[in-house]
Design a protein around this ligand. Structure first.
Ligand code: BES
Ligand code: ZN
Length: 616
């Protein structure tokens, strides 16, 4: 194999502690040779075929020669390549390798030193990025729907590309879809359906392949302000708009914290309920699950999170998936700063407290599974799926490290540092080592006491939760804990004081209920608070988990209904895992899954197949 996937950057740096920082980074999750010949610009021309559930068309790539090489290598995953034409009009004798686990097939295209562009004619196969919905699987029930999820390495399953987070390019696209349907991308977007179903897109800011996105369906638009708005199926558009009406305020807060929003428009597309994750930070158009539509704006921190990625992630991008915490840990920290500015410190302290609980659980679960090494911030995913790094370590341990730095150096200094960090590395990729050097040189230098107090190497290269990890005590949870104790001591649910509780107080309550509870106690709670019927997905999820643990069968019909329509893996996985703990439960899991599986995204199907031991 050629020196594949190295990100071209040539300097070697040494920081003050003589930590050598080699910035020539190896990305294990691309088979491409972007260090030799690298893509610059993509002109995509595709047709979306709902009957065959295929995307067909061409990817015209402009390329740049960095080192002498006689071929350019692209990533593909189950694509059929029909032909490849070079810019001199000749047909290239391309070669498609046998697929490698997780990575797919390298596409080798011989080129000449003067080749500046080439066109790949292709169609998709079983594309992991794509979910094709039947009309019944949408809110409107009349039209089919398609959406992509390209992070981490699934763009290659719908576009032949050099698929590494360190490889950026600009793009334009022509997408043709059935008449009447709207197409949207991570680019400049239409606000109305095009008469002939042909759409033109432009993304003139370079982005990595994992930020390629497409959605097609019966979609309407409603503006929030001049630069932001909401897209959704007409059936949920008003509800989605009402929930997200504070978006403009959020953007203003984010800009005040860490500098200008650099992407032009910021819109959100609320998808049908099969969407496999909570949100995805596709540039200019965040994709979001409809499970955030709680009716009281209590779950819009997810939008704050995806918005924050426009700095941490989209602007300064993790160089490889081993550096994933640079994307997610920074974004969670940033998201909480937005939430604090919008709703106050006592509110966000609840999120920090829950996040500590999530971090502890992630550490314990990984240790139990023999994966203690994955509790380090800097990962080593060599030979494994990039998605194995997708744990709460990157998110919550990462965010807690930044909180510790803030608390050690002071908020003012840390904010100035972060702002400058985003500014000076805009549209570049970042390794963990490069960040550590930058932090050292721009914030910690000359402050031995801070360095000692933070002990950053223990966080980044050490396992578990470091002893100096901040633990935010949420005042508002003290009341909740008091009510849990009262319930444990026999107070009837209806007599508990729960006035003005937000979603987060309820989550604290439900997560920390007594480990032993009778069905009568569960019933008492349900009669007082109607958890089984809640429309709040976060609350429903924890309640169903407790129902499984305590054999509260009255909740099962609602849980099944939830599992049939909800595709968000964060909710599905714990429920299926819990069911698999007992023989009876695993039978129920299988019964539900047989019906529910067709409603899940291919990526979710893969993961839940594993939980149900249907595959390895
Ligand atoms: N970028 C992630 C989603 C992702 C990460 C998809 C890695 C595939 C691979 C997104 O920003 C995210 O973190 N979503 C969370 C939101 C939550 C933390 C507020 C989710 O989907 O639950
Ligand atoms: Zn994220």
């Amino acid at each position: 194999m050629a020196a594949c996937g190295n990100i071209p950057e040539d300097q070697t740096m040494t920081n003050k502690d003589n930590r050598t920082v080699d910035t020539v980074v190896k990305d294990e999750h691309t088979l491409s040779n972007a260090d030799a010949i690298r893509v610059k610009h993509l002109s995509l021309n595709i047709r979306v075929d709902f009957d065959q559930k295929k995307i067909k068309g061409s990817a015209h790539w402009q390329i740049e020669h960095l080192q002498p090489a006689d071929e350019i290598i692209f990533d593909t995953y189950d694509l059929s390549i029909d032909s490849v034409m070079l810019d001199d009009g000749s047909m290239a004798e391309f070669r498609l390798d046998a697929p490698q686990p997780y990575l797919g097939s390298a596409l080798h295209i011989p080129v000449k030193p003067h080749t500046r562009s080439l066109t790949i004619y292709y169609q998709t196969g079983d594309a992991l990025a794509l979910q094709w919905l039947t009309p019944e699987q949408t809110f409107g029930k009349k039209h089919p729907f398609l959406y992509t999820q390209s992070e981490s390495i699934f763009a290659r399953s719908w576009i032949p590309c050099q698929d590494g987070p360190g490889i950026r390019y600009t793009y334009d696209a022509i997408v043709s879809v059935p008449k009447g349907l709207m197409a949207l991308m991570s680019a400049t977007n239409p606000q109305r359906p095009a008469a002939e179903g042909i759409y033109h897109f432009n993304m003139e800011i370079p982005v990595p392949a994992y930020l390629m996105a497409l959605a097609v369906g019966d979609i309407g638009f409603k503006a929030v302000d001049k630069r932001s708005g909401v897209y959704a199926e007409p059936a949920i558009l008003d509800k989605a708009h009402a929930e997200l009406e504070d978006m403009g305020k959020m953007i203003a807060i984010a800009e005040k914290l860490y500098g200008p929003y650099r992407w032009g428009r910021y819109d959100v597309l609320v998808l049908p309920s099969g969407f496999p994750i909570g949100g995805m930070e596709n540039p200019r158009l965040t994709f979001a699950t409809p499970t955030i539509l709680a009716g009281d704006k209590s779950l819009v921190n997810l939008i704050a999170h995806e918005l924050a990625h426009n700095w941490s992630g989209n602007l300064v991008t993790n160089a490889t998936w081993d550096d994933f915490w640079l994307n997610e840990g920074f974004t969670v920290y940033f998201e909480r700063r937005i939430t604090e500015a919008m709703y106050g410190k006592d509110y966000v302290d609840m999120l920090w407290n829950l996040s500590y609980q999530d971090m502890e659980k992630a550490v314990n679960d990984l240790k139990k599974d023999g994966l203690e090494q994955d509790t380090r911030l800097k990962l080593n995913l060599e030979g494994r799926s990039a998605d194995e790094g997708l744990t709460d370590i990157a998110y919550e341990k990462g965010a807690h490290l930044l909180l510790l730095i803030e608390q050690t150096c002071g908020r003012e200094k840390f904010d100035a540092f972060l702002r400058q960090y985003f500014d000076s590395h805009a549209f570049q990729s970042m390794t963990t080592e490069k960040f550590l050097t930058y932090l050292d040189e721009n914030l910690l230098k000359d402050h031995e006491d801070w360095k000692k107090a933070i002990d950053i190497d223990a966080w980044v290269y050490g396992t578990g939760i470091p002893a100096n990890c901040p633990h935010t005590d949420a005042l508002r949870f003290q009341r909740v804990n008091g009510q849990i104790a009262a319930f444990e001591n026999g107070t009837k649910a209806a007599a508990l004081t729960t006035t003005d509780w937000s979603t987060y107080e309820w989550l604290q309550f439900l997560r920390n209920l007594p480990a032993q509870m009778s069905r009568a106690q569960m019933k008492d709670l349900d009669q007082a608070f109607h958890f089984t019927q809640t429309q709040n997905s976060e609350i429903a999820d924890v309640w169903f988990l407790q129902s499984l643990r305590h054999n509260y069968t009255e909740a099962y019909p609602a849980m099944k209904a939830f599992l049939y329509v909800t595709g968000r893996q964060k909710f599905l996985e714990p429920l299926y895992e819990e069911m698999m703990n007992t023989l009876e439960g695993s039978k129920m899991a299988m019964e539900i899954y047989v019906k529910a599986r067709p409603n899940y995204h291919p990526l979710a199907q893969k993961n839940i197949d594993k939980i149900l031991k249907l595959s390895k």
